[in-house]
Design a protein around this ligand. Structure first.
Ligand code: FES
Length: 247
């Protein structure tokens, strides 16, 4: 785990915009009286979004004041979660997923591009455009490998497509969020839509095996029950015949 400290160079003050302050008040109002501290994460998140995706000390103190929390408690939260940046991160902050599914699908190749073009993690590029950070799973594993840039996901990346993405962002050109290969959400790639058409999924040999066993067990129970009923009826009939003969 890396040491996370506040940036050396800090702004002198922080105030929420009127619109963001109203949003914060709505969040705080969601919690019962005396439990307003529960709104600390959303408020820190909004402060970060307002301040070019990093949290200055004055913003942390502002949130603490709004929630009647000691500064140290809010500082603990801001320094614990990697979602909070404590230093400037450039105009486009890139979070690269390095967890297993993305790693298996080429995240290391994407990482090599980021290292070559931007430099080390937590380092703002000379033009002020980019900084990047390797993070754990961002929940888009079906479209691995992927990055989050500010608030958007960019998926199904290759070294070529991440290079183009960085070129377009640096030049201020519009970019396409989501899959960079053109598929919609996480649907199968064109021509590979065979996910659920394998007959063995339905013939009881794979997924349906449990159902086959269940049906067989029920059929066997039914046969046994019918046999017991027939034996009981036969015994009753024999007893009735014996009684009649005796009379
Ligand atoms: S492993 Fe990369 S998004 Fe889940």
């Amino acid at each position: 785990m890396t040491v996370r400290r506040l940036a050396e160079k800090q702004p002198a003050s922080f105030e929420f915009t009127q619109e963001n302050r109203a949003w914060c008040d709505d969040q705080i109002a969601k919690y019962p009286l005396g439990r307003q501290a529960s709104a600390v994460i959303p408020l820190l998140w909004k402060a970060q979004a307002q301040n070019d995706y990093w949290l200055p000390q004055k913003a942390i103190e502002k949130v603490a004041d709004m929630l009647a929390m000691p500064y140290i408690r809010v500082l603990e939260i801001a320094t614990f979660y990697s979602m909070f940046n404590l230093e400037p991160v450039g105009r486009h902050f890139i979070q690269l997923c390095g967890t297993t599914p993305c790693a298996l699908r080429g995240a290391n190749d994407i990482k090599a591009v980021l290292e070559k073009r931007i430099g080390d993690q937590r380092h703002v590029s000379a033009d002020g455009n980019f900084a990047w950070l390797e993070v754990e799973c961002l929940g888009a594993c079906c479209n691995a490998p992927m990055v989050q840039i500010n608030d958007d996901y960019f998926e199904d990346l290759t070294p070529d497509s991440i290079n183009k993405l960085l070129d377009d962002l640096a030049a201020g050109r519009p970019v396409k969020v989501g899959s960079q290969t053109g598929r919609t959400a996480s649907e199968p790639e064109p021509g590979k839509g065979t996910t659920l058409t394998d007959a063995t999924l339905y013939d009881g040999s794979v997924v349906g095996a449990w159902r086959t066993r269940f049906d067989e067990a029920r059929a066997s129970e039914k046969v046994l029950a019918e046999k017991a009923l027939a034996e009981k009826a036969s015994a009753e009939k024999a007893a009735a015949a014996a009684a009649e003969k005796k009379a």
